[in-house]
Design a protein around this ligand. Structure first.
Ligand code: GLC
Length: 468
């Protein structure tokens, strides 16, 4: 069992043997029938598991990899940390609208971290690769100055959370961008080289040596493996969603590194793309199709668009509007704010669902901030029910995905290390996953879900430590 201190807060309160208390709101009949086909059944999830398992095999095998949708990239990480790593390391965490620079001081079975978060302006997310990485280098430079590290030379682990065709632990080719980033001029380039060139331009290449590049899922798995030897799967449910797991090298046909002894390699599934060949169309609803059409990468990351934080609030907004149009909510009247794309934040879903059933203070504040007036108690209940439907579907799909990966590891006991804003802040996501996974994981296999304490950054530092 995982160390209690690292378990998800809602996990600590719960007993794994009795059903967890997950509140459910009662909607009106009209809203219930509009939302009805948004519920996924266990049969849907079993079908999903078969499809995902088939896709994992396609991604792993040489003969089918090129055409595969779930890419299953080998990461060149073969060993999980021992807890004995020591020293001072830097980490960069690039993967969402915020970007972090971290300094980690690893001592035996103990660590200290200092970090600073920087915003990435939208124009840099959509501009040239050079501009994006110059911004990254400028933030790193600022951090080095602030922490008075200018006379030092520290190894750096780079958490780069986008599809990357890895060629070595410190080399990876940018395959494409996801989650609102689009710096397409550097697709096909080695991301470590691109970073190093920016460090040279900023004059800090003597302070930093890039030792490893890793995906955030891998960083999370490694950070949790530092505490639990059973950690074999990593999951992110944040701006995007993705998972990684420990695979036998003999099954990872695209892995061309030398075996360092463990015979294992971490696989970055890139499961956000699952369904891009249409195999999840049986689960996709008109709102999923609308979200995809309005995105900067239509036709891509369809699984991610049904689950992750970048899209969850928008899904709820579209569904509320559908109910408004049918006259089932707000007396059939919307507001100009509610009519605008992305105005219903994913954070609102967590806020609304964290209220005690029957109380609506937060809901009232949120809906009024969206310009809605004369909201009735029934409206509050209906909005909450819509949020519940969307977050449940996401949690259940993640559960089915994890049950598939746990099966693929062939282990009898697996801890899943998890990070990401949706998992971390949604009040019931963890419990929903526990419940559903109990039904889907192969009987006899023991699992638990561990919240990563700042997963990816520390994981990158640990990987830099192993690589040094
Ligand atoms: C997107 C990225 C993936 C990352 C995930 C979570 O799916 O493509 O690399 O792990 O988001 O951040």
């Amino acid at each position: 069992m995982a160390d209690e201190s690292t378990l998800h807060p809602s996990h600590k309160r719960s007993c794994m043997c009795r059903p967890l208390n997950i509140p459910r709101t009662k909607p009106t009949n009209e809203v219930y029938s509009i939302m009805k086909d948004f519920n996924v059944t266990d049969d849907d999830l079993k079908k999903y598991m078969k499809l995902l398992m088939a896709d994992l095999h396609k991604g792993l095998a040489k003969a089918t990899h090129a055409k595969s949708i779930v890419k299953c990239y080998p990461t060149y990480i073969q060993d999980l940390p021992s807890g004995q790593e020591v020293g001072r390391y830097l980490a960069l965490d690039l993967g969402g609208t915020n970007f972090r620079v971290i300094m980690v001081d690893l001592q035996k079975n103990h660590f200290e971290m200092t970090s600073r978060t920087f915003v990435i302006p939208n124009e840099k997310m959509l501009g040239s690769g050079k501009d994006l990485f110059d911004h990254v280098a400028a933030c790193l430079h600022l951090f080095i100055m602030e922490q008075k590290l200018n006379d030092e030379c520290l190894p750096l682990g780079f958490t780069y959370s986008f599809p990357l065709i890895q060629k070595a632990i410190d080399r990876g080719i940018i395959e494409r961008w996801t989650k609102g980033f689009k710096c397409d001029d550097i697709i096909g380039e080695d991301v470590v080289k691109v970073l190093q060139e920016a460090l040279v331009r900023k004059g800090i290449n003597k302070n930093v040596i890039v030792k490893a590049v890793i995906n955030d899922t891998a960083g999370t798995l490694i950070a949790c493996a530092w505490k639990s030897p059973y950690c074999k799967v990593g999951l992110i449910v944040g701006t995007g969603t993705n998972a990684c797991y420990v695979e036998k090298q003999q099954n990872a046909e695209m892995f061309d590194g030398a075996n360092h002894g463990s015979g294992l390699v971490l696989i970055n599934c890139e499961w956000g793309a699952f369904g891009d060949d249409g195999c999840l169309n049986y689960l996709r609803k008109p709102e999923d199709i609308d979200i995809d059409k309005a995105s900067i990468n239509p036709g891509k990351q369809l699984h991610e668009k049904m689950i992750s934080g970048m899209y969850m609030g928008e899904l709820v907004r579209l569904l509320i509007l559908k109910c408004v149009k049918g006259g089932a909510i707000f007396g059939g009247k919307s507001s100009s704010e509610l009519n605008q794309k992305d105005k219903f934040l994913t954070k609102y879903v967590s806020d609304i669902e964290s209220e005690k059933l029957g109380t609506y203070d937060k809901s009232k504040a949120i809906l009024e901030s969206l310009g809605l007036k004369n909201i009735t108690e029934t409206d509050f209940q209906n909005v909450r029910y819509i949020c519940e439907c969307v977050s449940r579907r996401a949690a259940f799909m993640c559960s089915a995905g994890l049950a598939t990966l746990i099966k693929k590891t062939e282990e009898k006991r697996v801890t899943v290390g998890i990070d990401g804003s949706v998992y971390r802040y949604h009040p019931h996501f963890h419990n929903l996953m526990m419940e559903k996974m109990k039904q889907l994981v192969t009987p006899g296999v023991v699992f638990d879900l561990m919240l990563s304490e700042d997963g990816s950054g520390r994981g990158a530092a640990l990987t830099a430590a192993s690589a040094s």
